[in-house]
Design a protein around this ligand. Structure first.
Ligand SMILES: Nc1nc2c(ncn2[C@@H]2O[C@H](COP(=O)(O)OP(=O)(O)OP(=O)(O)O)[C@@H](O)[C@H]2O)c(=O)[nH]1
Ligand SMILES: [Mg+2]
Length: 567
């Protein structure tokens, strides 16, 4: 049996999928967490059931890519049953979608989720009456607590029923019908004050809102840098002992393992604590509901630069990794805004670039490390916004608008925080075990052949060959080689410097280091991001992204280097 889960964004479809299947899919407290369809399997009473979690949508008009994904699935794949998940405290807008689903004549079960929150707000929904009006079974649930799941499973086995309600084909009559139904089934008894409203008085204040947002960002970077440092040092010493003891043995194999693989992979893995802490901070931001406030607060600024508030979420996710960030743009209806948001996303500094800053800031700015790092992140954001403005004025002109929705604040549950943090950290570890390991072997080979003295090795030759290109920056060939290799994945930049045993403090000045950090921040998206950009926009924009970012990185790194020298 194939079951489609359909509903508005942020109503708990994925949370429900997790309890039904025991899966570990990512939930988030903002509209647009799921942008692709995801499948989960389960056995209910011995029956094999496939659940398809679709992106949250407001209607089936298929303006944005995520609406299209959902609509295409319903039209082409004809599921046996629709689980229409609705938010009990926001029934009217949810029913508007339900009434559009009626047209598909597919058996349906209405899942009235989040009844716990509705009750807190004093909202009571008469499920029996609603079931009679629509002609489908209605089940009340609290997905995060597993309440109502048994009944839901029972109804699933019965197969739901095709809605019997008569409603006109046009959207207007659907809106009116939704309103009428709500009048009949919903009772509102005013109870306690809504905490969300109280919080928003502060977080969304006209004057305080943005300073608070900046303070949160500041806390996030201090947390990922300062708190992680002792752990980072610990891992670093373990790897250095391992690498030295193995490479001190004679033989080429020991050299490959000690000086190549362990050194290379180790130079990246030491930043695991920084990256894990960054992911925890992002997960808290996403699950608490604050992310959508950021959308709202930044809307004015975004609009001034030709983007929309919706662009904020992909930009913030980009701090973690640009690949899911580029995909998160699927909720943006306007195609031009969407492409602009994708193109500027690589300027948002992802976690893979963090090791570069941590390494250089530790050497050149030991006392103001986290300030320098936050400065680089901010610099990336500024470059992204200015680029967006240029794109929208020159290449991608047009107007755009959108609706934002503010979910209530929720205390993140530790399991969801864990799933988000672990999935992303796992991805980093997988990269260390695959791409970065392979690059270790490549770099080790380049540095040991044809002559084991680095100066006469292929690495030395390649670095020197390309060095003239970066002559104005004054970097040694080791840095040039690191940049070249780092195109595969940005972690490889520090990896290369590690394997080359680069005495950074001796052969680089502070202005050169700043220029290098700026260049690493901006030059070219990594291979994985490029592949995603290609998949979402096509070749033309992908090539443009490469050329544009390289040019911007070059000019700005040079400028920063010169300015830093003058100061
Ligand atoms: N209090 C409460 N919170 C819930 C319930 N169900 C889900 N949540 C929370 O609501 C938020 C959204 O849940 P998701 O499962 O990501 O929602 P979704 O419908 O998949 O959202 P999109 O993927 O954006 O369409 C998360 O923070 C969940 O923890 C519920 O029954 N009660
Ligand atoms: Mg979801």
């Amino acid at each position: 049996m194939k079951i489609a889960m359909v509903g508005n964004p942020n109503v708990g479809k994925t949370a429900l999928l997790n309890v039904l299947t025991g899966g570990n899919f990512e939930v988030g407290n903002f509209p647009g967490t799921t942008v692709e369809k995801k499948e989960g399997k389960a056995k209910i009473d011995g029956r094999e059931v496939v659940f398809v979690d679709l992106p949250g949508i407001y209607s089936l008009e298929a303006y944005s890519l995520d609406e299209k994904v959902a609509k295409d699935f319903l039209t082409n794949e004809k599921p046996d049953l629709i689980l229409n998940v609705v938010n009990a405290s926001n029934l009217e807008r949810n029913l508007y979608l339900t009434l559009q689903l009626v047209d598909f004549k597919i058996p349906m079960i209405l899942v009235l989720n989040m009844v716990d929150e509705a009750e807190k707000k004093g909202i009571k929904v008469d499920a029996d009456k609603l079931s009679k009006i629509l002609g489908v079974p209605v089940v009340k649930t609290v997905a995060v607590k597993g309440i109502g799941i048994k009944e839901l499973k029972r109804e699933i086995l019965k197969g739901g029923s095709v809605p019997k309600i008569e409603v006109g084909g046009d959207l207007r009559s659907k809106l009116e019908t939704a309103e009428k139904i709500v009048k009949e089934v919903v009772k509102i008894e005013r109870t306690r004050v809504d905490l969300t409203e109280v919080f928003d008085e502060v977080f969304m204040d006209r004057h305080l809102g943005i300073p608070i947002f900046i303070a949160f960002m500041w806390m996030m970077f201090t947390f990922t840098y300062t708190v992680a440092t002792p752990l980072t040092n610990l891992i670093a010493s373990v790897f250095s002992i391992l690498s030295e003891s193995i490479s001190s043995m004679n033989g080429i194999l020991f050299s490959l393992i000690g000086k190549g693989i362990i050194k290379g992979v180790g130079s990246v893995l030491v930043f695991l604590p920084n990256i894990a802490f960054l992911f925890i901070a992002l997960a808290l931001l996403e699950l608490s509901g604050y992310m959508s406030r950021a959308v709202y607060l930044m809307d004015g600024i975004m609009t001034a630069f030709g983007l929309t508030g919706r662009s904020v979420i992909p930009l913030i996710i980009g701090f973690g990794c640009n690949v899911p960030a580029v995909m998160a743009t699927r909720t943006i209806e306007d195609d031009k805004v969407r492409i602009a948001t994708i193109l500027v996303n690589p300027f948002i500094s992802c976690s893979a670039r963090l090791p570069i800053y941590v390494l250089f800031a530790g050497i050149f700015f030991p006392t103001i490390g986290s300030a320098v790092i936050m400065g680089l992140y901010a610099f990336g954001v500024v470059v992204a916004l200015i680029s967006a403005l240029i794109f929208r004025k020159v290449l991608l002109r047009g107007e755009a608008e959108y609706i934002i929705e503010l979910p209530p604040y929720r205390i993140p549950n530790w399991k969801d925080v864990w799933i988000l943090t672990w999935n992303r950290t796992k991805h980093f570890l997988q990269k260390a075990g695959t791409v970065i390991l392979a690059m270790s072997v490549v770099i080790w080979f380049l540095t040991n052949f044809p002559n084991p003295s680095i100066d006469k090795s292929y690495a030395g030759m390649l670095g020197r060959l390309l060095q003239p290109l970066f002559a104005p920056m004054g970097w040694n060939w080791q840095f040039v080689l690191a940049i070249l290799m780092g195109f595969v994945a940005k972690e490889v930049v520090v990896e290369t410097l590690g394997i080359l045993n680069t005495p950074i403090a001796k052969i680089m000045t502070m202005p050169q280091a700043l220029a290098f950090m700026v260049f690493s921040l901006l030059y070219m998206p990594c291979l994985a991001t490029l592949a995603t950009i290609k998949a979402e926009t096509g070749w033309k924009w992908t090539i443009f992204a490469v050329v544009y970012s390289f040019a911007v990185a070059y000019v700005l790194a040079l400028t920063v280097g010169v300015v830093a020298r003058l100061i």
